[in-house]
Design a protein around this ligand. Sequence first.
Ligand SMILES: C[S@@+](CC[C@H](N)C(=O)[O-])C[C@H]1O[C@@H](n2cnc3c(N)ncnc32)[C@H](O)[C@@H]1O
Length: 445
Amino acid sequence: MRYAFILGRVYTLSLAELLQKLGNLGINYKVLACAPEVVVLETDQPIQADKLQPQLGGIIKIIRLLDTFQKKGKEYPSNALINYFNFKRIKSDYFGEYSGKRQFGVSIYSLDPAIRFREESSRIAFLIKKILQEQSVSVRAVLPQFPSMALSSVQVNENQLLTKGAEIVVVSGTQRVFVGKTLTVQNYEDYGRRDYQRPARDEKVGMIPPKVAQSMINMAGNLKPLDYILDPFCGSGTILQEALLLGLRAIGSDLEEKMIHNSEKNLEWFRNRYHVAPGRYKLFVSDAAEISLQLPRFPISAIVTEGTLGPIYGKVPKKSEMKANFKMLNKLYTQVFAEFKKFLPEGHRVVMCLPAYKASFTDYEYMDTVDFALSNGYTVLDSIPPELVKKYKFLKVTERKSIVYDRKDQVVAREIIIFQYGEERLELSGNEAGIVESQTSDVTE
Ligand SMILES: C[S@@+](CC[C@H](N)C(=O)[O-])C[C@H]1O[C@@H](n2cnc3c(N)ncnc32)[C@H](O)[C@@H]1O
């Protein structure tokens, strides 16, 4: 089975999350093609897109690819598809049971970012519309506005394409064209609600976006329903709420009583709104450097935390200030990671954010060392298979295998890093097992 996944803005993080999640679910895959925005996978079993979509913070759309065609170099994808669409196929493979006026959209994703198609969506839409109108089916086509070649999840939703027709998607490479239909799109409104409608928000302390919290949890290894995760710097409780949504149990602590109070308020709101069973989380005040003194005796499967990023800056701080912050964090985290060893079993993970200060548009000042973890017996895991990073140059990982999540307006970015306690591998997850260069894969894609 072939699927295309539309990646969120920080492509590397989105892809890392997706591949680790598939690995956790025991789904083997081959990467057939990958470009900024889109990855094409062949999986050894069907994907339950409805279930998976709300669990993947970094994935914008899940598309089932139904057919593949050869294409010559710069040939337009519509040429390769000219004889493909017919009434029977459109009706049975693309449109659902809906019987009113059909609405459909056409989106194109190019596997070569240098190639942009101006009129292709309209050409393909015209082709489909003509076939349908010949059979007296009343249709309306929704098209992206150039320079965009694809519809956004908002446009797909607002035009009810998935219920009243289809979003037809063409993924075009230099030698192949994949065509299919969108199964699901990200529920952007719900992510917004989980962020902005919480009763206790503290902008001064900073909150991680729920999407990113979800990606981090998905990178914390093969967690089973009702496993416990711990966030010992929980702040307003974003990571905890996302863990609850993913069916886990959550323990949160923070040095500040006020933050625990905020987390309590937020999680109570969250529990009611998202129908989370009572007793799924526990909160308490504690210095993370002494957390074992108060931690309830629950088996912790993973630690997922933003940690403390130090002061929030409006402009890039002086190098000396950065150095002082890094030094302070190194000292704190050396104690914290020694604490974690008291209850985190070997082979289990700590996924955390470290501060990275913007030095230029593309460059960051990172903490110069993660000795706080290494000296305590942790190793750094690859966030994403290194073969992929080697092959697809747009994927960006740091020298120590971590991924930077940044926002234009922020001076301090988050460096997301995965540590594992001890050398032992918990189990070989599907992603490492599944990455095999596809026999059929285009060299250029
Ligand atoms: C960046 S905030 C975490 C925000 C959180 N991820 C959220 O989305 O709401 C960092 C938190 O670490 C807490 N903190 C700082 N030093 C700490 C320590 N030594 N032990 C525990 N918590 C600490 C702060 O009070 C703050 O709430």
